[in-house]
Design a protein around this ligand. Structure first.
Ligand code: UT7
Length: 324
C-alpha cells in the first residue's frame, strides 16, 4: 500500500475583463496577425483596479472546494504558486487561508514562475505522502499584468491574469500506474539562465517591483527541449508509452511550443489541452486553468492518464503524471 494524492476537485477564477489583440494594438505597436502567428494568443484576461492575486486565488480555491464537495475546514495544507504576491510578505497563501476561515494548518507560497503549479503540486504531494497533511489546496495564481512593461511589445502581449486550483486528498493506492492520483513528479532548475527571463527589480536588489524582461528566442530554444525531456522522464519513470496518455496539459506560453513538444512526444495535437488562445500566458495559473476547462467540458474524465509539464524563469521546469 502507498499513499496517493488524489485530485478530487478543480476550479478557476479569471478577471472579468478580456482584452483582445486588436485592443492591445491600439496601445502598443503590434498587430493581431503578429501575435496570433508567433504565439497563438488572441485574447487574455486582465485584473481590474484593486483586483489582487489573492482575490483570484480565493475564487479558484472556492470553486475547487465546491467541485470536490468538501468544506474548507477539511484543508490542512495550502501551497500557492505565484510570482506576483499581493505583498512582498506575508505569503499570499495565508491571505487565502484566512479568507477561507481557516486558523489551523499550513499555508505558504512557492516561487518557480511558470513552473510554479507543477512545483506546488510536487510539494503538496510529498507532504501528503509523508503524512504531514491529509487534504491540500494547490493553487496557481498570478497577475502578471502588474509587472509588465506596457511599453515593451516583446513581452506585454504575451501574458494574462488568472488563477486555478486543485484539491488533493490522501488515499491508499497499490503503488502501480493503475492507481488514481499523482503517480510521479519531476522537477529541475538551472540558475545559469537567471537573466533570460526575469524581473529587473525586487526588494533586496532595487527596492522596487520591477518589470518582466525576456530573451524570447533563448527561452523558446530551451523550452521545447527541456519540456519534451521532462515529459519523457515522467513517462519512463512509470513505464508508460506516449500512446497510453489520454491528455497532455502543458503550460500555456506559446502554441508553437505546445506543438513542438507534442511532436517530439509523438502525440497528436488533439490530445493537448490548449487555452493559450484565450488566456495568454498566465504563468503559475495556466495548468490549473487548462485542467479546469478540460474537466468542466468533459474532456478529462475519471481514470484518464494526464501529463502536465511546464517551464519558466530560472530556468525551472517540471512534469507530473496523474491518473485523474
Ligand atoms: O512561460 C515561459 C516563458 N515564455 C516563453 O516560453 C516564451 C518563449 N518565447 C517565445 O514565445 C517567442 O520567442 C516570442 C513569442 C516571445 C517571440 O517570437 P519570435 O518568433 O522569437 O520573435 P522575435 O523575438 O525573433 O522577433 C521577431 C520580430 C522582431 O523584429 P525584427 O527585429 O525582425 O525587425 C521583433 O522586434 O518581431 C518583432 N516583434 C514584434 N512585432 C510586433 C516583437 N514583438 C512584437 C510584437 N508585435 N508584439
Amino acid at each position: 500500500m502507498v499513499v496517493r494524492s488524489l485530485i478530487t476537485g478543480c476550479g478557476s477564477c479569471l478577471p472579468r475583463q478580456s482584452v483582445s489583440n486588436h485592443e492591445l494594438a491600439q496601445r502598443v505597436d503590434t498587430s493581431d496577425d503578429w501575435i496570433v502567428q508567433r504565439t497563438g494568443i488572441r485574447s487574455r484576461h486582465i485584473a481590474g483596479d484593486g483586483e489582487t492575486t489573492s482575490d483570484l486565488a480565493f475564487g479558484a480555491a472556492q470553486s475547487a472546494l465546491a467541485h470536490a464537495g468538501i468544506p474548507a475546514s477539511r484543508i490542512d495544507l495550502i501551497v500557492l504558486a505565484t510570482t506576483t504576491p499581493d505583498h512582498t510578505f506575508p505569503a499570499t497563501a495565508v491571505r487565502v487561508q484566512a479568507r477561507l476561515g481557516l486558523t489551523t494548518g499550513i499555508a505558504f507560497d512557492v516561487q518557480a514562475v511558470c513552473s510554479g503549479f507543477v512545483y506546488a503540486l510536487a510539494v503538496a504531494d510529498n507532504f501528503l505522502r509523508l503524512g504531514q497533511a491529509r487534504t491540500a489546496l494547490v493553487i496557481g495564481a498570478d497577475t502578471f499584468s502588474r509587472i509588465l512593461d506596457w511599453n515593451d511589445r516583446t513581452t506585454c502581449v504575451l501574458f494574462g491574469d488568472g488563477a486555478g486550483a486543485v484539491v488533493l486528498e490522501a488515499t491508499d493506492g497499490q503503488g502501480t500506474v493503475s492507481d488514481r492520483g499523482v503517480l510521479s513528479t519531476h522537477l529541475h532548475s538551472d540558475g545559469r539562465h537567471y537573466e533570460a527571463l526575469w524581473v529587473d527589480g525586487g526588494p533586496s536588489a532595487t527596492q522596487t517591483t520591477g518589470h518582466v524582461r525576456m530573451n524570447g528566442q533563448e527561452v523558446f530554444r530551451h523550452a521545447v527541449s527541456r519540456l519534451s525531456e521532462v515529459a519523457a522522464e515522467a513517462l519512463a519513470a512509470n513505464g508508460v508509452e506516449p500512446g497510453q496518455l489520454d491528455w497532455l496539459v502543458p503550460h500555456q506560453a506559446n502554441l508553437r511550443i505546445i506543438e513542438g513538444t507534442a511532436r517530439k512526444l509523438h502525440l497528436p495535437l488533439e490530445k493537448a489541452v490548449i487555452c493559450v488562445d484565450h488566456h495568454g500566458n498566465t504563468s503559475a495559473a495556466s495548468i490549473p486553468l487548462a485542467l479546469t476547462e478540460a474537466v468542466t467540458d468533459g474532456r478529462i474524465k475519471c481514470s484518464d492518464l494526464v501529463l502536465m509539464e511546464a517551464m519558466g524563469g530560472g530556468f525551472t521546469w517540471g512534469s507530473a503524471l496523474v491518473r485523474w
